[in-house]
Design a protein around this ligand. Sequence first.
Ligand code: HEM
Length: 154
Amino acid sequence: MYSYLLLAHSWVRWAVVLTVLLTLAASLSGWVGRRPYTRTDTTLRSLSTSFVHLQLILGFILYFKSPITTYFRENARAALANSDITFFGLIHFLLMFVAVVVFTIGSSMGKRAKTDALKHQTVALYFLVGTLLIFVAIPWPFSPLAQRPLFRPF
Ligand code: HEM
């Protein structure tokens, strides 16, 4: 089960990255270009938020199945000496959790905002912060914090 979860979590990452970037680009261009808030904007915002929530659920289950995070939970003091284990046991989990909260608040505040300009502005600002957080917390092969493959083979 662990390997399937890891595979899913690794691939859903691309759905998250793609849709949050599209939502961010659409809201920034809508805000700067004073464009009406369209049905496409709504679809992008809710699609990206749904992928983010799916990834959160997969991440939580993985947190209790992964040998890395299990070791961290059971031997936290010793595990803190290992940067890879500390990354997945603490840093990745905390940064991603904050990012998910930021996306969720931005999405729901954007939905409720009174004017189209305010909708674009709200989504743009919250998604900018959320996107920066996930880009720092993803274990890219070039990340200084922890490295994992870009594409995990099936
Ligand atoms: C939008 C949110 C998230 C993104 C984009 C994301 C992305 C990733 C990526 C790309 C990996 C590496 C996968 C691989 O080895 O191929 C990973 C690993 C992991 N993630 Fe996340 N993650 C997110 C949220 C979370 C959350 C909230 C948790 C915990 C509650 C979590 C727990 C883990 C764990 C435990 C691993 C490592 C598992 C292992 O190597 O054994 N993730 N994540």
